[in-house]
Design a binder for this molecule. Structure first.
Ligand SMILES: [Zn+2]
Ligand SMILES: [Zn+2]
Length: 272
């Protein structure tokens, strides 16, 4: 299984998972045109996308989803609450594929499981994508707070894409009004670098070979701070895999999911 983050941040999120000649788009927070431009830049094809799976309905995750599903003739897979939040924008001909909480649904070569999270959207979820070879990727954007349920959702993964939204010090000193700062740091907001790192350390196991730090705030975070927090938490646990920071404007390279640490030529950084 291969993973390419087409872009990640408060201005849009989308990633492409490929396995066995098929692909799945997780979140579509860019226009159809922008998705195509980003896929081109990354050297990946959207022609084999079998479905678009959504973590939640916020614009930075779903902006292009309805149009893309319509244009490509593929189903939208999401929790019941996310689908009903999009209902009004959703033409009848777009197939809905509801993802019931914690139950696995097959889409082409992929198996999808949605786990509810605490973010302030209708029915937000962490998505776990598994391919025919049993490789498991977890996508945890906009998860609110580091709960036991979140750690449960992120267990036994080969790769984890996790939001490392803000650095606590930069958030406190940012120009955001206090109410916005409180929302971001609150239970239904976003994970800080420290929270993301603690969660990754908690779910670390021998097969975890890739961690992608995503959804970094451009005002309240820096890639080096996010990376340093993750390194400090993961390396003492024996993590020998790859750490990548996803950027807003540039896709990551295609990243192998399920590579053993010894197959990784470059253990640190990359994709920044
Ligand atoms: Zn959100
Ligand atoms: Zn978001």
């Amino acid at each position: 299984m291969r993973l390419t983050v087409l872009g990640s941040g408060s201005r849009g999120n989308a990633l492409l998972v490929e396995s066995d000649g098929e692909a799945l788009l997780v979140d579509a927070g860019f226009s159809v045109k922008d998705l195509a431009r980003r896929a081109d830049a990354a050297g990946v094809s959207l022609a084999r996308v079998r479905a678009i799976a959504l973590t939640h309905e916020h614009g930075d995750h779903a902006r292009g989803a309805v149009r893309a599903a319509q244009t490509w003739g593929v189903p939208l897979a999401a929790s019941a609450g996310t689908l009903s939040a999009l209902q009004r924008a959703l033409p009848a001909q777009v197939e809905r594929l509801p993802l019931p909480a914690s139950r696995t649904v097959s889409v082409g070569a992929f198996r999808l499981t949605a786990f509810p999270t605490a973010h302030d959207a209708a029915d937000p979820v962490v998505l776990v994508v598994e391919d025919g070879g049993g490789r498991r990727l977890g996508v945890a954007y906009d998860v609110g707070s580091p709960t036991a349920a979140l750690a449960h959702a992120c267990r036994d993964l080969d790769a984890l894409v996790i939001e490392a939204n803000h650095d606590e010090v930069l958030l406190r000193s940012s120009a955001y009004p206090p109410s916005v700062r409180a929302r971001i740091a609150g239970r239904a907001g976003h994970l800080s670098n420290t929270q993301a790192a603690a969660l990754a350390a908690q779910v670390h196991h021998a097969a975890l070979g890739l961690v992608v730090l995503a959804h970094l705030s451009d005002q309240c975070n820096r890639p080096d701070l996010a990376l340093a927090a993750m390194e400090r938490a993961l390396r003492p646990r024996g993590f020998r895999g790859r750490l990548v920071v996803a950027a807003q404007d540039e896709p990551t390279p295609a990243l192998e999911v399920g590579a053993t640490p010894d197959q990784l030529a470059l253990p640190l950084g990359g994709g920044r």
